[in-house]
Design a protein around this ligand. Sequence first.
Ligand code: CTP
Length: 404
Amino acid sequence: MSADLRGRTVVLGVTGGIAAYKSAELVSRLRKAGAAVRVIMTENAARFVTPLTFETMSNHPVVTDTFERPETWEVAHVALAKAADVFVIAPATANILAKMAAGLADDMLSTTVLATKAPVLVAPAMNTAMWSAPVTQKNCAELLSRGVRFVGPEGGFLACGDTGAGRMSEPEQIFEAIVDILQPRRDLAGVKLLVTAGATREYLDPVRYLSNESSGKMGFAIAEAARDRGAEVVAVAGAVTAPIPEGIRVERVTTTLDLLDTMTRLAPEADVVIQAAAPADYRFAEQYSQKLKKADGVPLTIALTENPDVAAAVARLKRPGQILVGFAAETECLLENAEKKLAKKKLDLIVANDVTAPGAGFNVDTNIATLLSARFGRQDCPLQSKRALAETILDTVLRLRGAE
Ligand code: CTP
């Protein structure tokens, strides 16, 4: 893809790692694509590569902490934080990730990244044991949930002699991740996408209901990603705690029967249907128009009636070329149960998640999932933001459309 980044400013933070030399190539690619690049190096980074290298590549003075000049931070950090269209840290050491997670600002780079409102992309590079250390993973989960994007790290041989995840992604991949941020793809232009989000509620009486923990975050992340990629999006939302995205049509539903009605009306028009909602599987056999009163210690037994399976109903209306995606929220036997749902609900793709895993499932900003389809088999998606997972789901949907 030939990217045109003219008029865009990339602020590149370089921290101390052997991969720092590769970032010089990243600067060169960015400049060839027309971007202005402003480099900030930490004191340790300047031990690996000289600031002169980055000064020459970027054609701008490099801000370093090699000389203690706190007065320059004051002026420069605000200016650079504001100038950035995207803020990239490559390589990003365990140290800078920890500082960012904690909100520390004790040098030029950490001060500037704290002050920026631009999207932040990090390319971690470190020893495998440091990468897999629980505290590093916790810091990354924190950063992901704040919207920081990650590229890599990759597996393979590391400079320290170990094998495993920790190697910085190649400049090419980091460049593409930057382009994705600065020039969102429009590869879903003309596609009508219907997505469900949130929980349904089944009322027993005017004040009590049966529901679940779904927040709508995953469904809305898909809606936003699809909107940004040019799709015409309709979201059908039950009860949600996540903010309603802008720029998309939202239809509200309460019960699973409402959802069924709305989906049977809207699904036939959609090219892609993604069902991320968590409909209540049961409703009360009887509903009361007044608040149910206590019965002085007499145990209460309430009968439930099974709700229809909306996804299966949508599949019965499927038209040729339409792509149907569902989710599988599981607490045990993840893949086995998800495989069964894929077949039973006649889906083209299912996104399986273990809702009990830390950082996955209901009401968090991150997810861990496995994508299963008859066409492409299995694809594991490690801990990532719901937005990043949404992009991967949409990538797979596009591949499925192409394979039709
Ligand atoms: N789903 C649906 N209608 C229902 C229940 C679920 O359309 N009544 C959809 C969900 O939106 C999701 C998929 O089916 O895309 C799987 O939902 P999940 O809750 O994991 O599975 P269930 O079918 O409810 O099965 P179980 O509760 O037995 O695991």
